[in-house]
Design a binder for this molecule. Structure first.
Ligand code: PEP
Ligand code: MN
Length: 346
Protein backbone atom coordinates (compact mmCIF):
# COMPACT_ATOMS: atom_id res chain seq x y z
CA UNK A 1 0.00 0.00 0.00
CA UNK A 2 1.28 3.47 -0.84
CA UNK A 3 0.26 6.74 0.83
CA UNK A 4 0.72 9.72 -1.49
CA UNK A 5 1.12 13.02 0.40
CA UNK A 6 -0.15 16.25 -1.13
CA UNK A 7 2.38 18.87 -2.30
CA UNK A 8 1.34 21.06 0.68
CA UNK A 9 1.93 18.33 3.27
CA UNK A 10 4.15 19.31 6.20
CA UNK A 11 6.85 17.13 7.70
CA UNK A 12 4.67 16.71 10.76
CA UNK A 13 1.91 15.22 8.54
CA UNK A 14 4.36 12.65 7.19
CA UNK A 15 5.55 11.82 10.72
CA UNK A 16 1.95 11.39 11.89
CA UNK A 17 1.26 8.82 9.14
CA UNK A 18 4.48 6.93 9.91
CA UNK A 19 3.82 6.81 13.62
CA UNK A 20 0.19 5.67 13.18
CA UNK A 21 1.28 2.83 10.88
CA UNK A 22 4.04 1.78 13.28
CA UNK A 23 1.66 1.86 16.24
CA UNK A 24 -0.57 -0.52 14.26
CA UNK A 25 2.38 -2.92 13.95
CA UNK A 26 3.34 -2.08 10.35
CA UNK A 27 6.38 -0.57 8.70
CA UNK A 28 6.44 2.71 6.75
CA UNK A 29 9.16 3.75 4.29
CA UNK A 30 9.28 7.43 3.40
CA UNK A 31 10.43 8.52 -0.03
CA UNK A 32 10.78 12.31 -0.49
CA UNK A 33 10.51 13.57 -4.08
CA UNK A 34 10.97 17.12 -5.37
CA UNK A 35 7.27 17.98 -5.13
CA UNK A 36 5.74 15.14 -3.19
CA UNK A 37 6.46 12.56 -0.57
CA UNK A 38 5.17 9.03 -0.81
CA UNK A 39 5.11 6.49 2.00
CA UNK A 40 5.30 2.77 1.25
CA UNK A 41 3.52 0.59 3.82
CA UNK A 42 4.51 -3.01 4.48
CA UNK A 43 2.57 -5.45 6.64
CA UNK A 44 -1.01 -6.60 6.92
CA UNK A 45 -2.70 -4.22 4.50
CA UNK A 46 -6.18 -5.13 5.69
CA UNK A 47 -5.31 -3.84 9.16
CA UNK A 48 -4.56 -0.38 7.66
CA UNK A 49 -8.15 -0.05 6.40
CA UNK A 50 -9.36 0.91 9.90
CA UNK A 51 -6.68 3.60 10.32
CA UNK A 52 -8.52 6.05 8.07
CA UNK A 53 -5.24 7.15 6.47
CA UNK A 54 -7.14 8.87 3.67
CA UNK A 55 -8.66 11.30 6.17
CA UNK A 56 -5.33 12.39 7.71
CA UNK A 57 -3.87 15.85 7.23
CA UNK A 58 -1.67 16.15 4.12
CA UNK A 59 -2.74 12.81 2.59
CA UNK A 60 -3.72 13.10 -1.10
CA UNK A 61 -4.35 9.44 -1.89
CA UNK A 62 -3.96 5.91 -0.59
CA UNK A 63 -3.28 3.27 -3.24
CA UNK A 64 -3.61 -0.44 -2.68
CA UNK A 65 -1.05 -2.46 -4.63
CA UNK A 66 -1.68 -6.09 -3.65
CA UNK A 67 -5.08 -7.62 -4.44
CA UNK A 68 -7.72 -7.54 -1.69
CA UNK A 69 -8.52 -11.20 -2.35
CA UNK A 70 -5.88 -13.64 -1.16
CA UNK A 71 -7.08 -17.22 -1.35
CA UNK A 72 -8.36 -17.02 -4.92
CA UNK A 73 -5.50 -14.85 -6.15
CA UNK A 74 -2.69 -16.09 -8.37
CA UNK A 75 -0.25 -14.04 -6.29
CA UNK A 76 -0.50 -16.69 -3.60
CA UNK A 77 -1.24 -19.66 -5.84
CA UNK A 78 0.54 -19.25 -9.20
CA UNK A 79 -0.62 -22.57 -10.72
CA UNK A 80 -4.12 -22.53 -12.22
CA UNK A 81 -6.50 -24.89 -10.41
CA UNK A 82 -8.64 -27.75 -11.65
CA UNK A 83 -11.99 -28.30 -9.95
CA UNK A 84 -13.59 -31.75 -10.12
CA UNK A 85 -17.34 -32.24 -10.23
CA UNK A 86 -18.29 -35.86 -9.65
CA UNK A 87 -14.92 -36.79 -11.14
CA UNK A 88 -15.23 -34.46 -14.15
CA UNK A 89 -12.39 -31.91 -14.38
CA UNK A 90 -12.85 -28.20 -15.12
CA UNK A 91 -9.58 -26.36 -15.55
CA UNK A 92 -6.49 -25.85 -17.69
CA UNK A 93 -5.96 -28.30 -20.53
CA UNK A 94 -9.63 -29.30 -20.56
CA UNK A 95 -12.68 -27.91 -22.28
CA UNK A 96 -15.74 -28.93 -20.28
CA UNK A 97 -19.30 -28.59 -21.54
CA UNK A 98 -22.12 -28.22 -19.02
CA UNK A 99 -25.59 -28.34 -20.54
CA UNK A 100 -29.19 -28.95 -19.60
CA UNK A 101 -32.50 -27.25 -19.03
CA UNK A 102 -32.68 -23.86 -17.41
CA UNK A 103 -35.33 -25.25 -15.04
CA UNK A 104 -36.52 -28.74 -14.15
CA UNK A 105 -40.16 -28.89 -15.25
CA UNK A 106 -41.05 -32.59 -15.51
CA UNK A 107 -39.14 -35.90 -15.35
CA UNK A 108 -39.58 -36.43 -19.11
CA UNK A 109 -38.40 -32.93 -20.04
CA UNK A 110 -35.34 -33.22 -17.78
CA UNK A 111 -34.41 -36.67 -19.05
CA UNK A 112 -34.81 -35.60 -22.68
CA UNK A 113 -32.71 -32.47 -22.11
CA UNK A 114 -30.01 -34.48 -20.31
CA UNK A 115 -29.83 -36.95 -23.21
CA UNK A 116 -29.53 -34.06 -25.65
CA UNK A 117 -26.78 -32.55 -23.51
CA UNK A 118 -24.84 -35.80 -23.35
CA UNK A 119 -25.19 -36.40 -27.10
CA UNK A 120 -23.71 -32.93 -27.67
CA UNK A 121 -20.65 -33.84 -25.60
CA UNK A 122 -21.65 -32.43 -22.21
CA UNK A 123 -20.01 -34.11 -19.23
CA UNK A 124 -21.97 -32.20 -16.57
CA UNK A 125 -25.73 -31.64 -16.50
CA UNK A 126 -27.24 -28.31 -15.49
CA UNK A 127 -30.83 -27.92 -14.24
CA UNK A 128 -32.50 -25.88 -11.54
CA UNK A 129 -35.06 -26.76 -8.93
CA UNK A 130 -34.95 -23.28 -7.39
CA UNK A 131 -35.18 -20.33 -9.78
CA UNK A 132 -34.53 -16.72 -8.72
CA UNK A 133 -36.92 -14.96 -11.10
CA UNK A 134 -37.10 -11.25 -11.69
CA UNK A 135 -40.91 -11.48 -11.56
CA UNK A 136 -42.70 -13.09 -8.61
CA UNK A 137 -45.33 -14.31 -11.13
CA UNK A 138 -42.79 -16.39 -13.09
CA UNK A 139 -42.17 -20.12 -12.50
CA UNK A 140 -40.06 -20.41 -9.34
CA UNK A 141 -38.97 -24.05 -9.71
CA UNK A 142 -40.15 -27.38 -8.27
CA UNK A 143 -38.02 -27.24 -5.12
CA UNK A 144 -36.99 -30.59 -3.62
CA UNK A 145 -39.14 -32.51 -6.14
CA UNK A 146 -36.96 -30.97 -8.87
CA UNK A 147 -33.79 -32.11 -7.10
CA UNK A 148 -35.19 -35.66 -6.93
CA UNK A 149 -35.86 -35.58 -10.67
CA UNK A 150 -32.28 -34.43 -11.29
CA UNK A 151 -30.92 -37.20 -9.09
CA UNK A 152 -32.95 -39.81 -11.03
CA UNK A 153 -31.77 -38.38 -14.34
CA UNK A 154 -28.15 -38.45 -13.15
CA UNK A 155 -28.60 -42.15 -12.46
CA UNK A 156 -30.19 -42.76 -15.85
CA UNK A 157 -27.84 -40.69 -18.01
CA UNK A 158 -24.62 -40.87 -15.99
CA UNK A 159 -23.86 -37.15 -15.71
CA UNK A 160 -23.19 -35.32 -12.43
CA UNK A 161 -25.29 -32.18 -12.08
CA UNK A 162 -25.05 -28.57 -10.98
CA UNK A 163 -28.09 -26.81 -9.51
CA UNK A 164 -28.68 -23.32 -8.23
CA UNK A 165 -29.19 -22.54 -4.57
CA UNK A 166 -30.95 -19.26 -3.90
CA UNK A 167 -30.84 -18.91 -0.15
CA UNK A 168 -28.67 -19.99 2.75
CA UNK A 169 -31.44 -22.04 4.36
CA UNK A 170 -31.56 -24.36 1.31
CA UNK A 171 -27.83 -25.01 0.97
CA UNK A 172 -27.82 -28.31 2.87
CA UNK A 173 -30.84 -29.55 0.94
CA UNK A 174 -29.37 -28.75 -2.49
CA UNK A 175 -25.97 -30.14 -1.41
CA UNK A 176 -27.66 -33.41 -0.44
CA UNK A 177 -28.60 -34.02 -4.08
CA UNK A 178 -26.35 -31.91 -6.34
CA UNK A 179 -22.72 -32.58 -7.29
CA UNK A 180 -22.08 -28.85 -7.61
CA UNK A 181 -23.91 -25.79 -6.24
CA UNK A 182 -24.48 -22.73 -8.37
CA UNK A 183 -24.70 -19.15 -7.14
CA UNK A 184 -26.68 -17.10 -9.64
CA UNK A 185 -25.94 -13.60 -10.87
CA UNK A 186 -28.66 -12.10 -8.67
CA UNK A 187 -27.04 -13.58 -5.56
CA UNK A 188 -23.43 -12.80 -6.42
CA UNK A 189 -23.19 -10.45 -3.45
CA UNK A 190 -25.40 -12.34 -1.05
CA UNK A 191 -22.57 -12.74 1.44
CA UNK A 192 -24.47 -14.99 3.83
CA UNK A 193 -25.23 -17.38 0.98
CA UNK A 194 -21.63 -17.28 -0.25
CA UNK A 195 -20.41 -18.20 3.23
CA UNK A 196 -22.99 -20.97 3.50
CA UNK A 197 -21.88 -22.62 0.23
CA UNK A 198 -18.31 -22.19 1.43
CA UNK A 199 -19.14 -24.60 4.24
CA UNK A 200 -21.22 -27.04 2.19
CA UNK A 201 -18.45 -29.39 1.05
CA UNK A 202 -19.47 -29.23 -2.62
CA UNK A 203 -17.80 -27.47 -5.56
CA UNK A 204 -19.41 -24.15 -6.42
CA UNK A 205 -20.14 -22.49 -9.76
CA UNK A 206 -20.12 -18.76 -9.09
CA UNK A 207 -21.77 -16.57 -11.70
CA UNK A 208 -20.64 -13.00 -12.10
CA UNK A 209 -23.18 -10.48 -10.77
CA UNK A 210 -25.13 -8.44 -13.32
CA UNK A 211 -23.19 -5.33 -12.36
CA UNK A 212 -20.17 -6.83 -10.61
CA UNK A 213 -16.72 -5.59 -11.43
CA UNK A 214 -14.12 -8.31 -11.78
CA UNK A 215 -12.78 -7.36 -8.36
CA UNK A 216 -16.23 -7.68 -6.77
CA UNK A 217 -16.69 -11.05 -8.46
CA UNK A 218 -13.33 -12.29 -7.12
CA UNK A 219 -14.20 -10.94 -3.67
CA UNK A 220 -17.40 -13.01 -3.83
CA UNK A 221 -15.23 -16.06 -4.60
CA UNK A 222 -13.01 -15.09 -1.67
CA UNK A 223 -16.06 -15.28 0.65
CA UNK A 224 -16.52 -18.92 -0.40
CA UNK A 225 -12.80 -19.72 -0.17
CA UNK A 226 -12.50 -18.04 3.22
CA UNK A 227 -14.99 -20.58 4.63
CA UNK A 228 -12.69 -23.40 3.54
CA UNK A 229 -13.91 -24.16 0.03
CA UNK A 230 -11.44 -23.55 -2.80
CA UNK A 231 -13.43 -25.70 -5.25
CA UNK A 232 -14.88 -22.68 -7.04
CA UNK A 233 -15.45 -22.25 -10.78
CA UNK A 234 -16.16 -18.73 -12.04
CA UNK A 235 -18.74 -18.13 -14.77
CA UNK A 236 -18.85 -15.07 -17.01
CA UNK A 237 -22.52 -14.75 -17.97
CA UNK A 238 -22.69 -11.23 -19.38
CA UNK A 239 -23.00 -7.93 -17.59
CA UNK A 240 -25.53 -5.12 -17.71
CA UNK A 241 -24.51 -2.34 -20.09
CA UNK A 242 -26.33 0.35 -22.09
CA UNK A 243 -26.78 -2.18 -24.94
CA UNK A 244 -30.30 -3.60 -25.25
CA UNK A 245 -29.88 -5.75 -28.39
CA UNK A 246 -28.66 -8.64 -26.25
CA UNK A 247 -29.94 -9.82 -22.86
CA UNK A 248 -26.54 -8.98 -21.35
CA UNK A 249 -23.17 -8.01 -22.79
CA UNK A 250 -20.78 -10.95 -22.73
CA UNK A 251 -17.57 -9.52 -21.28
CA UNK A 252 -15.21 -11.75 -23.18
CA UNK A 253 -12.14 -9.91 -21.91
CA UNK A 254 -13.08 -11.01 -18.39
CA UNK A 255 -11.86 -14.52 -19.26
CA UNK A 256 -8.15 -13.70 -19.76
CA UNK A 257 -8.25 -10.95 -17.12
CA UNK A 258 -9.60 -13.28 -14.45
CA UNK A 259 -7.25 -16.08 -15.47
CA UNK A 260 -4.35 -13.70 -14.91
CA UNK A 261 -5.65 -12.55 -11.51
CA UNK A 262 -7.02 -15.80 -10.13
CA UNK A 263 -6.08 -19.47 -10.20
CA UNK A 264 -9.75 -20.53 -10.36
CA UNK A 265 -11.18 -22.01 -13.58
CA UNK A 266 -13.42 -19.73 -15.67
CA UNK A 267 -16.28 -20.81 -17.91
CA UNK A 268 -18.60 -18.82 -20.17
CA UNK A 269 -22.40 -18.89 -20.35
CA UNK A 270 -23.36 -17.90 -23.92
CA UNK A 271 -27.06 -18.62 -23.21
CA UNK A 272 -27.71 -16.11 -20.42
CA UNK A 273 -25.44 -13.50 -21.97
CA UNK A 274 -26.92 -13.42 -25.47
CA UNK A 275 -30.40 -14.47 -24.38
CA UNK A 276 -31.15 -15.79 -27.86
CA UNK A 277 -30.67 -19.19 -29.50
CA UNK A 278 -28.94 -17.80 -32.58
CA UNK A 279 -26.28 -16.07 -30.45
CA UNK A 280 -25.29 -19.11 -28.43
CA UNK A 281 -23.01 -20.64 -31.03
CA UNK A 282 -21.00 -17.50 -31.94
CA UNK A 283 -20.65 -16.53 -28.28
CA UNK A 284 -19.63 -20.07 -27.37
CA UNK A 285 -16.93 -19.95 -30.05
CA UNK A 286 -15.77 -16.59 -28.71
CA UNK A 287 -15.62 -17.98 -25.18
CA UNK A 288 -13.49 -20.92 -26.26
CA UNK A 289 -11.21 -18.69 -28.33
CA UNK A 290 -10.74 -16.33 -25.36
CA UNK A 291 -9.44 -19.28 -23.34
CA UNK A 292 -12.47 -20.31 -21.27
CA UNK A 293 -12.12 -23.61 -19.42
CA UNK A 294 -15.66 -24.58 -20.37
CA UNK A 295 -19.15 -23.53 -21.41
CA UNK A 296 -22.56 -23.80 -19.78
CA UNK A 297 -25.55 -23.79 -22.12
CA UNK A 298 -29.33 -24.15 -21.87
CA UNK A 299 -30.98 -26.96 -23.83
CA UNK A 300 -34.66 -27.94 -23.97
CA UNK A 301 -36.55 -30.60 -25.93
CA UNK A 302 -39.42 -28.14 -26.59
CA UNK A 303 -38.17 -24.58 -26.08
CA UNK A 304 -41.48 -23.15 -27.32
CA UNK A 305 -43.22 -24.50 -24.20
CA UNK A 306 -40.33 -23.97 -21.75
CA UNK A 307 -41.32 -22.43 -18.41
CA UNK A 308 -38.07 -20.50 -18.26
CA UNK A 309 -35.69 -19.01 -20.84
CA UNK A 310 -37.12 -20.87 -23.88
CA UNK A 311 -35.83 -18.31 -26.45
CA UNK A 312 -32.21 -19.10 -25.62
CA UNK A 313 -32.51 -22.90 -25.26
CA UNK A 314 -30.78 -24.97 -27.92
CA UNK A 315 -32.62 -27.70 -29.82
CA UNK A 316 -31.25 -30.81 -31.51
CA UNK A 317 -29.83 -29.28 -34.68
CA UNK A 318 -28.20 -26.39 -32.74
CA UNK A 319 -26.57 -28.87 -30.40
CA UNK A 320 -24.88 -30.69 -33.23
CA UNK A 321 -23.32 -27.38 -34.32
CA UNK A 322 -22.24 -26.60 -30.76
CA UNK A 323 -20.69 -30.06 -30.40
CA UNK A 324 -18.80 -29.52 -33.64
CA UNK A 325 -17.48 -26.14 -32.47
CA UNK A 326 -16.33 -27.59 -29.14
CA UNK A 327 -14.64 -30.58 -30.77
CA UNK A 328 -13.09 -28.50 -33.55
CA UNK A 329 -11.81 -25.59 -31.46
CA UNK A 330 -10.55 -27.43 -28.38
CA UNK A 331 -7.37 -28.77 -30.05
CA UNK A 332 -6.62 -25.33 -31.51
CA UNK A 333 -6.47 -24.05 -27.93
CA UNK A 334 -4.47 -27.12 -26.78
CA UNK A 335 -7.40 -28.43 -24.79
CA UNK A 336 -9.01 -31.86 -24.61
CA UNK A 337 -12.80 -32.04 -24.56
CA UNK A 338 -13.78 -33.49 -21.20
CA UNK A 339 -15.50 -36.84 -21.55
CA UNK A 340 -18.34 -37.88 -19.23
CA UNK A 341 -16.76 -39.59 -16.22
CA UNK A 342 -19.55 -42.13 -15.84
CA UNK A 343 -21.23 -42.73 -12.53
CA UNK A 344 -18.39 -44.88 -11.24
CA UNK A 345 -16.38 -41.73 -10.63
CA UNK A 346 -19.29 -39.76 -9.16
C1 PEP B 1 -29.29 -19.67 -14.93
O1 PEP B 1 -28.16 -20.11 -15.23
O2 PEP B 1 -30.34 -20.32 -15.07
C2 PEP B 1 -29.40 -18.31 -14.40
C3 PEP B 1 -30.48 -17.89 -13.76
O3 PEP B 1 -28.31 -17.56 -14.67
P1 PEP B 1 -27.86 -16.13 -14.09
O4 PEP B 1 -27.85 -16.28 -12.60
O5 PEP B 1 -26.53 -15.96 -14.69
O6 PEP B 1 -28.89 -15.14 -14.57
MN1 MN C 1 -31.97 -19.49 -17.21
Amino acid sequence: MVVVMSSEAESADVDAVVSLVETAGGEAFVSRGVNRTIIGLVGDVDRYASLNLRGMAGVADVIRISSPYKLVSREHHPERSTVRVGGVPIGPGHLTLLAGPCAVETPDQTLAAARMAKAAGASILRGDAFKPRTSPYSFQGLGEDGLKILADVRQEVGLPFVAEVVNAADVDLVALYADMLRIGARNAQNFELLQAVGRAGRPVLLKRGLSSTIEEWLMAAEYIAQRGNLEVVLCERGIRTFETATRNTLDISAVPVVQRLSHLPVIVDPSHSGGSRNLVLPLARAGIAAGADGLIVDVHPHPETALCDGPQALKDEDLAELAEAVRGLAPVLSRAVTEPAGLAAV
